[in-house]
Design a protein around this ligand. Structure first.
Ligand SMILES: [Zn+2]
Length: 267
């Protein structure tokens, strides 16, 4: 267990924590701006998150979605006197510990349930920054990105993670993800704070590139399908054979899920 990195961009600081330093899917950046943390980091990194929250004198946490790496320290932070705010479904989902695949327990630890506060209509960070809450479902049923319009900064939850994604989790709604990418891109911003990728200075461009990549993938998959190529071959041809993540996740993450979702997209 360790702190792998400290990151900074103007007034934003962040700490990258994780049990295993195996890249962006096993580590997590908790960001802080003035009195606010964005997400809590995973439960098995509590000692570092606690220290960071106390050093930064955080008073509130805004949760983007319920996943354990984002919400796993909600109870601990509340017990340390910090208010934790969540959108309605997220608030409900984290009241009790939920069933997690072994691989996720191993990477992130198992969170305790927490009764957090409902995100109010108006939210601000420090005294000066109003937060625009943008719904970006797809990665899960409810997720929000938090935009500081005055600064052009976006806290993107798990909307980005990577530009050229090769896998889809079987619980992800791909069509919703595409809609969410388009929704976010209709706003003005520049810098993106991604809890896995880190700080992306040309964040809007990165999200636009991701949308382009996925739209191309959809077009290519549909073209091959129209030529009578079967889904297994389309997958291998466009994304390569299933690899480590497929086997470690017992098939929950699969390239085939992504191609199937591309084929199901209506134009
Ligand atoms: Zn997530």
């Amino acid at each position: 267990m360790a702190i792998f990195e400290r990151v900074n961009y103007q007034d934003v600081t962040g700490v990258r924590v994780g049990r295993f330093n195996q890249g962006i899917n096993t580590t997590f950046v908790v960001y802080q701006l003035f009195d606010t943390l964005i997400d809590t980091g995973p439960a098995n990194q509590w000692q570092f998150v606690k220290q960071f929250a106390q050093q930064q004198q955080a008073k509130q946490v805004l949760l983007t979605h319920f996943h354990e790496d984002h919400s796993g320290n909600s109870l601990g932070l509340q017990q340390a006197g910090i208010k934790v705010f969540a959108p309605p479904l997220t608030q409900q989902l984290i009241t009790k510990p939920y069933k997690m695949p072994l691989i996720q327990k191993l990477i992130w630890g198992t969170p305790q349930g927490a009764q957090v506060d409902l995100m109010p209509e108006k939210v601000s960070i420090g005294e000066q920054y109003a937060v625009t809450k943008i719904p970006v479902p797809g990665h899960c049923e409810e997720m929000y990105a938090y935009l500081l319009e005055d600064k052009g900064w976006l806290f993107s939850g798990d909307l980005y993670i990577a530009g050229k994604v090769k896998y889809l989790h079987r619980h992800e709604d791909f069509a919703e993800q595409i809609t969410s990418l388009k929704r976010v891109l209709s706003y003005d911003f520049e810098v993106m704070f991604c809890p896995h990728r880190g700080i992306v200075k040309q964040g809007k461009q990165a999200l636009a590139n991701k949308l382009d990549y996925l739209e191309n993938l959809i077009a290519q998959a549909q073209q091959l399908n129209n030529q009578g190529v079967d889904i297994k071959q389309i997958t291998t041809q466009l994304l390569g054979k299933e690899d480590g993540l497929y086997y470690f996740s017992a098939g929950e993450f699969a390239k085939r899920h992504l191609i199937a979702a591309c084929l199901a997209m209506q134009n």
